[in-house]
Design a protein around this ligand. Structure first.
Ligand code: OSB
Ligand code: MG
Length: 369
């Protein structure tokens, strides 16, 4: 099969609330949506999960736009392919730029599923019909505000609460949450804010029965994570550290963590996601699907991903309304009591509203064969 036409949409959407992590605060999200059409007229969608600034990862929205415009889109338009797995090989001469590579892969998988009349979840080999959903809450200056946010999400039935931490907003915050909620499934995410000098501080989190501590150290620090894990009872979950199958393999071999947060963009696409999934399943490393504050298009892919068997922990695929006043897919993602049904309709299983997409599009560019 072949892509006949690819349109890059640069979209800008404002989140309901600012979201603060150890690396910064974000409320206005701009990102690239890919709309790809095959020779039969099927449309495949993908969302490139960058932010405006390279704070979480080295890629950023305008950089990925150029990567797609100058390299990946022209290359893929020239190629015939039978299976989306072939795209990872096609893109491999270009170093990194995984978020940009993954968005074409996402559109290819959507089309591949639609051509067979099956859901993306089925195409990926997913087995679960419904998935458990957690929610990620940003850092708040005011502890009362954080407690209110937690109460709201606990009342809505989310299956686990993740709270962002940073130096100065860690042990005390967790202690206070546990005083109010001794038993909720709770975890923290540091987004690389600590170093091995903080071992004693991080050990103070052990008594609070956290499901895991996500990415305490810098992305390249697989060896230091392994050292830290030896000192902690709380399982370490790796996010920023895992950019490839080999990163996952090395992390498992070194004991750098006990859980992996899968972000499809970060590893360069769904085909690589599947390989890492199978590796982790074999090695008894539980996984969950992370989020990047996506619109419904990216979230739809994440829901399909979470249907795979080794995604045994609740992921960050919260309702559209947790982020947006209005999403660009129909129906919007709606989590009931912490559970989402995996769509059975062909492809991503949600319709993209061209009208709403156009409303949030800043500019676009179409490439034809
Ligand atoms: O570290 O998981 C992260 C958002 C942006 C960048 C990094 C992360 C996050 C989140 C929010 O935690 C996940 C979501 O709700 O989409
Ligand atoms: Mg994270």
């Amino acid at each position: 099969m072949k892509f006949q036409e690819i349109t890059m949409h640069k979209v800008s959407m404002r989140m309901k609330n600012p979201f603060t992590t150890s690396f910064g605060t974000e409320q206005d999200r701009s990102f690239v949506i890919i709309e790809a059409i095959d020779e039969l007229g099927n449309i495949g969608w993908g969302e490139c999960v960058t932010s405006d600034s390279p704070l979480y990862i080295e890629e950023f929205t305008d950089g990925s736009w150029v990567m797609l415009e100058q390299f990946l889109v022209p290359l893929v338009l020239k190629h015939e392919w039978e299976h989306p797995d072939e795209l990872a090989d096609l893109f491999s001469p270009f170093k990194r730029n995984n978020l940009a590579k993954a968005v074409i892969d996402a559109a290819a998988w959507d089309i591949y599923a639609k051509r067979q009349g099956i859901s993306l979840a089925d195409a990926l080999g997913g087995t679960k019909k419904e998935i458990e959903v957690g929610v990620s809450l940003g850092i708040e200056d005011d502890m009362e505000k954080l407690l209110t946010n937690i109460k709201e999400k606990v009342d809505e039935g989310y299956k686990r609460i993740k709270v962002k931490i940073k130096p100065g907003k860690d042990v005390e915050v967790v202690k206070e949450i546990r005083e109010h909620y001794p038993a909720i499934p709770l975890m923290v995410d540091a987004n690389s804010a600590y170093t091995l000098d903080d071992i004693d501080l991080l050990k103070q989190l052990d008594p609070y029965n956290l499901m895991m501590i996500e990415q305490p150290l810098t992305a390249g620090d697989l060896i230091d994570h392994a050292e830290l894990q030896k000192h902690l009872e709380t399982p370490i979950c790796l996010d920023e550290s895992i950019h490839s199958y080999d990163d996952a393999r090395k992390a498992i071999q070194l004991g750098s963590g006990k859980i992996i947060n899968m972000k499809v963009g970060r590893v360069g696409g769904l085909s690589i996601m599947k390989k890492i999934h199978d590796l982790c399943e074999e090695a008894d490393i539980p996984m969950w699907c992370g989020g990047m504050l996506e619109s419904g298009i990216g979230r739809a892919h994440n829901i399909a991903v979470t249907s795979l068997a080794n995604f045994t922990l609740p992921g960050d695929t919260a309702s559209s309304s947790r982020y947006w006043h209005e999403d660009i897919i129909e129906p919007e993602v709606l989590v009931h009591n912490g559970i989402l049904q995996v769509p059975s309709e062909p492809g991503i299983g949600y319709n993209v509203s061209h009208e709403k997409l156009a409303k949030y599009t800043v500019y676009k560019k179409t490439f034809n064969l």
